[in-house]
Design a binder for this molecule. Sequence first.
Ligand code: UDX
Length: 457
Amino acid sequence: MDQRKGRRLVLFPLPLQGHISPMLQLANILHSQGFTITIIHTSFNSPNPSSHPHLTFHFIQENLSASEASTDDLVAFVSLLNTKCLVPFRDCLAKLLADVEEEPIACLISDAMLPFTQAVADSLKLPRIVLRTGGASSFVVFAAFPLLKERGYFPIQDSKGQEPVVELPPLKIKDLPVINTRDPETLYEIVNGMVDGAKVSSGIIWNTFEDLEESALATLRQQFSIPIFPIGPFHICIPASPSSLLTQDQSCIAWLDKQAPKSVIYVSFGSIAAVSEAEFLEIAWGLANCKLPFLWVVRPGLTRGSDCLEPLPSGFMEMVDGRGHLVKWAPQQEVLAHPAVGAFWTHNGWNSTLESICEGIPMICMPCFTDQKVNARYVSDVWKVGLQLENGLKREEIEKTIRRVMVEKQGEEIRSRIFRLKEKANHSWKQGRSSFESINSLVTHILSLETFTFHTQ
Ligand code: UDX
């Protein structure tokens, strides 16, 4: 065994859209800092290597059966990945480490939700840095799960949803980041595994910035004895990187070009969230009744148990008469940057939340599960850059909330607050500012890590 320094990094994302995109963005950021990047990826949801010619890809065979390769129960899916990837991932990483033709590997960077990679990295004497693709504020809540469990918050009782979580203001009990699953105990195991795995890693990278989550980052610095690097928002400091798993329908840009400035509500609930048929109809009627133009992403799988547009009332599109445009998947960053867009009705996945902030677009929040609930509370009550649909998904409530954001004075105030936040986000990557400084510290940290390369002579 011999010690050599290398500028080669191995990255391993969780194979879901909201995790692959930030990992590939991070890959590009680190590549621009002079690192050579190797991505290990599952065969499930594999990105197209030809879209990233400057990165090297290795695909592992995790052998998920057709029924296992499903995100219907996200907890079961993530748990299974942590088991099934172990052997093929370890073999692949060991092979890469043993390759003397290649530059030595400085460290592994893997998604926080793949904590099994810590033991693999330890066994190969390779440092592991964690990428947490979600926000710092929600991570503080995940880190508090054992305490919250001990104090009886879990399982959540719907009747107590409006009560405050006194340990974590301004959260209400309904904002705690849980998700429906067949096996709630596995959820706690995954969350605790993610937090504990991060604690013993060589550092955590965050897709966030100091001005947005200063208090949560300070809490994490107190609780964790490892370095943390808030270097976000990732997507503003690198040219757009094609990481979409679905084909983005560009027709919506031509449609947006024909709309008045700030007149359109963009509606998208990310890559996994699903609604019932009844909720889908309330969304449709809420949009129809508000009488404002809308661009709505109706992704395959958005409505549980039915095909894309099947549940729409007959004659719906004729009724909205050119005022509504539906696509299966949009070029979201381009949409949010379009001058015609006036608000984003979102599920508050962390990427969508950051993308909205970076474009200064007020949000209408409809969180569905896990970190989305915390993100939405911060959007509405801490940063005050959006409104939540707090009283259920009813068409009257939807119409009222859209109008408050789009045409009323409250909307103007929200717009000016998010505009200030947008400026701070963009500043964070300027020389001397927090994310810029943090990436410099990260590079220094990576190069200072003690690594061992195995090779025979
Ligand atoms: C998931 C979880 O739901 C979320 O809670 C967690 O924070 C990240 O992982 P997802 O549901 O996909 O993410 O939402 P989000 O984090 O917002 O990521 C979606 C990504 O897909 C965004 O980068 C967005 O720009 C992109 N997107 C979305 C498109 O390119 N087109 C679309 O039509 C919709």
